[in-house]
Design a protein around this ligand. Sequence first.
Ligand SMILES: [Cu+2]
Length: 173
Amino acid sequence: MKLRDTLLGLLVVAALAGGVWWVRARGHAGKSASGDQAPARLTIDPATEAAMPDVTLADGSVDLGDVRVVLSVAPRPAFGFAKNRFRVRAEKDAGPVTLEEGRISFEMTMPMGDHRYTLVPGTEGWQEAEVVLPLCKSGKRRWYATVEGTTAGKPRTARFRIDLAQAGDTSKP
Ligand SMILES: [Cu+2]
């Protein structure tokens, strides 16, 4: 399928370029492959949402049995329309393990475009991405971050929630 090939090509280029966007230019279309339909809304029930670690003001971690995935964001809170560093560490037996093909993506309950990043190696087993997210015009600030990759031969997914801050709230000249 042509689109898929193109996306894979972009992905390879982005990976070679080192941690830039891997898919970006699809506007507000969300992830619907068919293109013509209205973008699907993300539905998360309150119990699921409450169970997600909140990384707005502290590190969060998700236990996936043998592997724990930690997410750490700087600054805290993270700001909309500004660079924020998202760092991920996969841990096994109290030490870091490589999250292969590590990536992180961001969604709100409403379609806000594609926000997907590859994670690049940082220090001490962390993998990171420099992330810029928009502020929703609705005034909502809640985003969901999905970390994906492969560890010990198994695909891994961990989800977190985060509330963005608006720079103007605190740093108005
Ligand atoms: Cu929005």
